[in-house]
Ligand binder design. Structure first.
Ligand code: ADP
Ligand code: MG
Length: 599
């Protein structure tokens, strides 16, 4: 007797029925899930023209029994559940028995299959509104499902499909989501003849990420294994400041079933807290393992959402899991030194003044006795001091924390944010060069091949003309890779692969709605930001002097190009007031002594 049976009418009514086929990506999703349910260890997906022309998914799973083949394309026939009780412990991806029937009603469908227990395979060819043709074939065990000419008979729905390019990207994303979690299964993805994904089965997470997301992310994974009563959260997060400009790489799954749940995203974002700049989102893939009876996948027609009992508890647990993984005490993974993305990440919190070599308690008491400056003590202005004649007039005191430059200038202590200042100088210089068409480029001796998300490749190539005016030479390298062979000279010095990836990532964040001029200005700012001296970089007094002379020539000296201040003046008066040094004679004496001081 066959395995596939029709669901009883009342069971059908129980299941949230809905149209499962929205677009080619939803077909691919259903077919991949069928292959996974069939225990496949290898799944190959081939598409043409964004899947609209054709989709083929082949697997090495159990296959379908000959007598089940005509049944499987009927509505509400499934081998996966039989009774009401089963609905509450669905361990398979599918259970509604709807996918193949829905596909058969809107496209040409061919199923080639052989069950492991049978000698002869079966082929079913079906066209909408025609009886299927079933024949014997010889075939290795497993199943291949081919879908052609989606919605050809339903012009209204075909009209709603996006361009093949975008439908193809959606399919790519669906495959990535499954492939990241199901590292036990091998995935191949061929798009219009090009092999875009080729992962062998049984990979460890890091190797899988390396293939799917590229080297830099793979090198910066933090494993997450977190257990609480009746709950395990496992997977990985990517070390900050690696991040995205949107939530597209926040992956969640329940029992390896990909889901979308904004509350989980928010929990992870809260756990990263200030580790990421505003507007940046974490990269993670977290699977929630819990008793299958606590999950109800029967909510969303395409199973994108599942209902979980005690979701609040799980959200809390995800927060704790990520917090714990991010805390340095549990730093059990090998790491590369964390790269500062920009100094804007760094918040110097005046309440966290630390006095080294003292114990925690001593510090507190010291802090209590320390008078901290209040904001009103600082003048953040350019009006009082004209930097034009800085040359020769200022004295470099040195660098504080490899972050702030300290200078004596006339009657003031000048504090300069080294990154902000350099960024301003570079921004104005590069803007002038771009305007006069004189940007100097630096050819990379070894061009970088950079793997991006499928959507991102498309977008970068679309703007590669604009980026060329800035000195970037970017071409397609096939699939989801681009080749970067030249960069603006000012970026050349630090144009590491990670730097370029992070730069491209931020270029992609720039809204696509901007006019060309505004877009160029944003990209110039980004280039300046990426090329500028980082917070944490030591500078010699000579370098500091050079930078200050350059800054004095800048049009806007007092702010970096993102609007943060670059210079703070603390007038001598302010310091005197703070130190109670208001006696004019004492000040005069102090001044005289100070002037003759050999230092
Ligand atoms: P569901 O997955 O909800 O059961 P589908 O319409 O997707 O419904 O599939 C109907 C049935 O066809 C499945 O229950 C399964 O028995 C069989 N089937 C579909 N795809 C495959 C496959 N790749 N390998 C083995 N069996 C399959
Ligand atoms: Mg299915």
């Amino acid at each position: 007797m066959g395995h596939i049976r029709p669901l009883s009418d009342d069971l059908v009514a129980l299941i949230s029925a809905g149209e499962v086929i929205e677009n080619p990506a939803s077909i691919v999703k259903e077919l991949i899930e069928n292959s996974l349910d069939a225990g496949a260890s290898l799944i190959e997906i081939e598409i043409e023209e964004g899947g609209i022309k054709s989709i083929a998914v082949s697997d090495n799973g159990t296959g379908i029994l000959k007598e089940d083949v005509p049944v499987c394309i009927q509505r509400h026939t499934t081998s996966k559940i039989a009774s009401h009780e089963d609905i509450h412990r669905v361990k398979t991806y599918g259970f509604r028995g709807e996918a193949l029937a829905s596909i058969a009603s809107v496209a040409e469908l061919t199923i080639k299959t052989r069950h492991v227990d049978e000698e002869i395979g079966t082929q079913l060819v079906s066209r909408p509104n025609e009886p299927p043709i079933i024949t014997d074939i010889s075939k290795p065990s497993g199943t291949r499902v081919e879908v052609r000419n989606l919605f050809l008979q339903v012009p209204a729905r075909r009209k709603h499909l996006q361009e093949p390019k975008f439908e193809g990207i959606r399919i790519h994303e669906i495959i990535l989501r499954h492939a990241i979690i199901r590292t036990d299964v091998g995935f191949r993805f061929v798009k219009d003849g090009a092999l875009l994904i080729d992962c062998p089965p049984d990979q460890d997470a890091r190797d899988r990420v390396l293939i799917l997301w590229g080297m830099s992310l793979a090198k910066n994974l933090i494993p997450v294994i977190y257990k609480e009563k009746g709950l395990i959260i496992r997977g990985f997060i990517v070390k900050p400041p690696f991040s995205r400009g949107n939530r597209s790489r926040e992956y969640f799954s329940v029992l390896k079933r990909p889901i979308e749940e904004i509350r989980l995203s928010k929990a992870v974002e809260r756990a990263y807290s200030t580790l990421l700049m505003k507007g940046r989102f974490p990269i993670c893939s977290l699977d929630i393992v819990l008793d299958v009876e606590r999950v109800d996948p029967n909510v969303h027609p395409t199973k994108r959402e599942v209902r979980i009992q005690d979701i609040d508890g799980i959200v809390q647990a995800v927060f704790r899991a990520v917090r714990k993984a991010l805390s340095p005490k549990t730093d059990k993974y090998e790491t590369e030194p964390i790269m500062e993305e920009t100094s804007a990440d760094i918040v110097v919190d005046r309440d966290r003044v630390r006095v080294s070599t003292t114990s925690e308690e001593e510090q507190t008491s010291l802090l209590e006795h320390m008078t901290l400056f209040s904001d009103s003590d600082f003048e953040i202005s350019s009006k009082t001091v004209d930097l034009h004649d800085l040359g020769g007039e200022f004295r470099v005191i040195g660098q504080f924390q490899n972050l702030y430059l300290l200078l004596e200038f006339n009657d003031a202590l000048v504090i300069v944010d080294q990154h902000a200042a350099h960024e301003r100088v570079l921004y104005e210089r590069l803007r002038a060069l771009v305007n006069s068409g004189e940007v100097t480029i630096q050819e990379l001796i070894e061009p970088y091949v950079i793997k991006l998300g499928p959507q991102d490749v498309e977008r970068i190539l679309n703007i590669s003309g604009s980026l060329k005016a800035l000195g970037f030479e970017i071409t397609s390298f096939g699939g989801n890779e681009i080749l970067v062979s030249a960069v603006p000279e000012i970026l050349g010095r630090i144009a590491t692969e990670q730097e370029i990836i992070s730069f491209m990532d931020r270029v992609l964040d720039i809204g696509s709605g901007l006019a060309h001029r505004e877009f160029m200005d944003e990209v110039i700012k980004l280039t300046a930001c990426h090329s500028a001296i980082r917070a944490g970089q030591p500078m010699s007094n000579a370098e500091i002097a050079d930078l200050l002379i350059d800054l004095s020539k800048a049009e806007n000296k007092t702010a970096c190009c993102h609007g943060r201040p670059s210079i703070i003046f603390v007038p001598r008066k302010t310091l005197d007031k703070r130190f109670g040094r208001t006696d004019p004679e004492a000040i005069a004496r102090y001044k005289a002594r100070h002037r003759t001081d050999p230092q």
